[in-house]
Design a protein around this ligand. Structure first.
Ligand code: ATP
Ligand code: PRP
Length: 217
């Protein structure tokens, strides 16, 4: 099922997380008949027209997608479940699991040092989900917020454990770490601003239908 060019007649804006999510989302959109025009990964451009003249695409950082959609600066967004669980933004519906950019949020520690007690220091870019996870486990966790390269923290004695995304496991292995527990599975979702959903219900539902049918097909 492809999106009919006449389906979208009001201006809709879709914010997509840049990087790996963008590349996979682009493929999914193309299978749905939506082509992002003039896109190149080397380009510095941040807004793109599509072959549907009233659908525009924005390229933003993964963590900023909920903010754009929450404020209505974008009607719809595509970003990772990790970002959606960490954000405090609420003014959107989580509509569809797109099954792209799959990985896992994991707890990891130094290889052979999986003997954590009832207190632990945890380095992560995801303080909210980490706090909730350890609370549920009955472990008192001191959360140390980092923006990246979490894998360094246990080796340097900054933390006992990390909570981070794992795909192939290569980053953990190359830094002397091992995954110990799964926090949750991650993939990217389509989210829609609540007011946009009300105002553009029909158009957005058509958009959702074609994406959903591409996922099934
Ligand atoms: P930002 O640009 O906001 O700093 P980032 O540098 O973390 O984000 P990426 O590393 O490209 O950007 O991650 C963006 C999203 O892609 C993550 O939020 C997650 O949903 C997904 N992701 C991250 N790492 C992987 C991975 N190794 N394999 C698959 N998906 C991943
Ligand atoms: C992500 C994540 C891990 C790595 C895991 O980092 O933060 O470091 O991927 O993938 P792996 O299990 O396949 O090794 P990314 O490559 O996005 O780099 P960055 O977040 O540090 O920019």
């Amino acid at each position: 099922m492809k999106l009919n060019k006449s389906t979208i007649s009001s201006n809709l804006t879709l914010a997509i997380a840049k990087g790996r999510i963008f590349e996979e989302a682009q493929g999914l959109l193309e299978r749905s008949g939506i082509k992002i025009l003039d896109y190149s990964s080397k380009s510095r451009k941040l807004t793109f027209e599509t072959n549907h003249k009233n659908l525009q695409v924005l390229v933003v950082r993964a963590g900023d997608v909920p903010t754009y959609v929450d404020h209505g600066a974008a009607d719809m967004g595509i970003t990772g479940k990790d970002v959606l669980l960490e954000t405090s933004a609420k003014n959107f519906y989580e509509i569809l699991d797109l099954g792209i950019s799959k990985c896992r949020m994991m707890v990891a520690c130094r290889q052979g040092h999986n003997n954590v007690g009832i207190t632990t220091r945890v380095a992560t870019k995801y303080p909210k989900v980490s706090k909730q996870y350890f609370l549920k486990k009955g472990v008192q966790a001191e959360i140390i917020k980092l923006s990246g390269s979490m894998e360094l923290a246990p080796t340097l004695g900054l933390a006992d454990q990390i909570v981070d995304l794992v795909d192939t496991g290569i980053t953990l292995r190359e830094n002397g770490l091992e995954a110990t527990d799964l926090v949750f599975d991650v993939s990217s979702y389509l989210i829609v601003n609540k007011s946009s959903m009300r105002i553009f219900r029909e158009k957005i539902q058509d958009f959702i239908r074609v994406l959903d049918s591409s996922l099934r097909g």
